[in-house]
Write a protein that binds this ligand. Sequence first.
Ligand SMILES: CC(C)(COP(=O)(O)OP(=O)(O)OC[C@H]1O[C@@H](n2cnc3c(N)ncnc32)[C@H](O)[C@@H]1OP(=O)(O)O)[C@@H](O)C(=O)NCCC(=O)NCCS
Length: 164
Amino acid sequence: MIRPVTETEIETVFQIINDAAPVYKTILADEHWHEPYMSKEELAAQISDGVHFYGWYENDMILGVMGFQDRGAVQLIRHAYVRTRAQGRGIGGKLLKYFIEKSEKPLLVGTWKKAVWAIGFYEKHGFVQTGDEESARLLKLYWNIPAWHAETSLVLKRPLSHLR
Ligand SMILES: CC(C)(COP(=O)(O)OP(=O)(O)OC[C@H]1O[C@@H](n2cnc3c(N)ncnc32)[C@H](O)[C@@H]1OP(=O)(O)O)[C@@H](O)C(=O)NCCC(=O)NCCS
């Protein structure tokens, strides 16, 4: 079952993100890797900035989370993480499909250029990679991330015509 996470469940969101994120150790430069990957302060800042987290629940346990952020002309998928022990079972796909059906605008998602597994995951659900220039433009317009982060990221887009 999918539903928005409640305020009291933010600690669990924090745990899931930081359980799943260490895979990035293999692709991020040493100076950019830190633990936890996302601090509680950063998570709170993301929520204050309008990221709404939804969870996949099984027996009242959250196994995966994904954030949704309205940015005017577009909507963004932010921070997609499934507990390592529950990955590859379709949970991420169900969360993503939920947002695809819910969205009323083109959907964008940003990920690390080197996160080939994540790129494949989004492409499987109809997202297409934007080029280097377009990614840089979109990241500047809709994200609030440092320059090094933008340079190592790419944006995938799911145009409105692909919806439903
Ligand atoms: C990416 C992620 C959210 C997908 O959720 P999930 O529940 O594992 O994904 P699903 O089971 O719905 O889909 C699996 C598909 O995703 C891709 N995928 C996900 N994890 C993968 C991995 N570790 N290696 C290779 N492919 C992977 C594959 O395309 C796979 O397709 P297949 O089942 O046909 O092989 C989850 O694996 C995760 O948390 N990964 C670590 C953090 C991350 O990369 N997040 C993305 C941030 S933008």
